[in-house]
Design a binder for this molecule. Sequence first.
Ligand SMILES: NC(=O)c1ccc[n+]([C@@H]2O[C@H](COP(=O)([O-])OP(=O)(O)OC[C@H]3O[C@@H](n4cnc5c(N)ncnc54)[C@H](OP(=O)(O)O)[C@@H]3O)[C@@H](O)[C@H]2O)c1
Length: 350
Amino acid sequence: MKRSLVRVAILGATGAVGQRFVQLLSGHPWFRITVLAASERSTGKSYAEACNWVLETPMPDEVKEMLVVPAEPGFDADVIFSALPADLAREIEPKFAEAGYPVFSNASAFRYEPDVPLVITEINPDHMKLIEVQRRNRGWKGFIVTNANCSTTHLTLALKPLHDPFGLDPVFVSTMQAVSGAGYPGVPSIDILGNVIPYIGKEEWKLETEPLKILGTLVGDKVENAHFAISAHANRVPVKDGHTEAVSVRLRRKPSLEELKEALREFRGEPQEMGLPSAPTRPVIVREEPDRPQPRFDLMAENGMATVVGRVRECSILDYKFVLLGHNTIRGAAGGSILNAEWAFTKGLL
Ligand SMILES: NC(=O)c1ccc[n+]([C@@H]2O[C@H](COP(=O)([O-])OP(=O)(O)OC[C@H]3O[C@@H](n4cnc5c(N)ncnc54)[C@H](OP(=O)(O)O)[C@@H]3O)[C@@H](O)[C@H]2O)c1
C-alpha cells in the first residue's frame, strides 16, 4: 500500500476545529492538505489572512499562502474532513458524498441517521459497514462518516471498557466544558469569565443519545442501540480547552474497585493493534492522585488523544463514580476524525 499523498480538503478550515485539523495534518505520514475551504468571508484570501490562528503552535508554513476556496465539490482531494456548523453540514456534506468523496464529519447533522456510521475508532469500527448501506440507500459514490460530539467521545471511551464486562445501567454525568467547545470566537468573554453557564444547547441530549448508538450492535443493516439510561447535565466553565466530566455508574455485575480500574487501564482497540499514526498507546489513562485529572496538567496526555480518568471511588447512590477529562478539539473532534480516516484508509475504503 502506498502510504503517502492522500490529498485531503478541510471544510471550515478557519474555525476552532478546522485549525486543529490543519495542525494535526501538518506532517501527517499519510495525508497531505491540498484544499482549505471556508465561508464567503474567507474565500479568495490566503489562509494566513483569513484565519485568526489561535493554537499554541505556529501556523504551519505550507498552508499560509494557500488560497481559501468555497466549500463546493470539484476539489483536488481524495478525502474531505468537515468542520462545518451543523446546519451548513446538512446542506454541503451530501454534495461531496454524492460527488464521490469520502467525508469525515465533526458536525452533528448526520450522526443520528440510521445509515450513517457514528464511530469512535477504538469502540465501533465495525459500524463502518453502514457505508455500504448508505451508498445503496442514497445512491452516493462517496459517503459520510461522523464522529461523536466532543463530550460524548470522552464519556463513551470511559464507558466502553465498563459496559462490555459489567453492563451499565444507569449512567449519570455532569460536564464542565471548555469555551473552545463553542467554536471561535465562541462564548463572549464577558459572559464566561468568573462564571459558570449551566446550559449548552442540545448538549445534554447528545450525551444521553450518542453513546447508545456508538455502544450499539450492528445487526444486518442496522445498529441496535445499547439499552441503558443516561442522565446528563452540561455546563460551560471558564477553561480554554478540555472538557471535564463527573460520572457515576451502576453496573449489572458489580466488580471490585481494582477490577473496574483494571478494565479502564487495559482497554485497547483496533487503532492500537493496527498501529495507526494518530492512535494513543493507551486510549484511557487512570490516574491515582486524589486531585487529578486537571485540564492544566492532563489535557495533552497521549498528544490530546486519550481520556484521562481519576478519582475512581465508590458511589453512595450508584456503584462507582469518577472524573474524566479529554481534549475537545483533538480527540473530541479533529483527532477523532483523522483516526477514523486512518482506519478507513488502512481498510482500503478511501
Ligand atoms: N469546537 C469543538 O470543540 C467541537 C468539537 C466537536 C465537534 N464540533 C463541531 O465541529 C463543527 C465546527 O465547529 P467549530 O467549533 O470549529 O466552529 P467555528 O469555530 O465556528 O468554525 C466554523 C467554520 O465553518 C466555516 N463556515 C461558516 N459558514 C460557512 C459556509 N457558508 N461555507 C463554508 N464554510 C463556512 C467558518 O468559516 P469562516 O471563518 O470563513 O466564517 C469556519 O471555518 C461544528 O459542527 C461543531 O459542532 C466542534
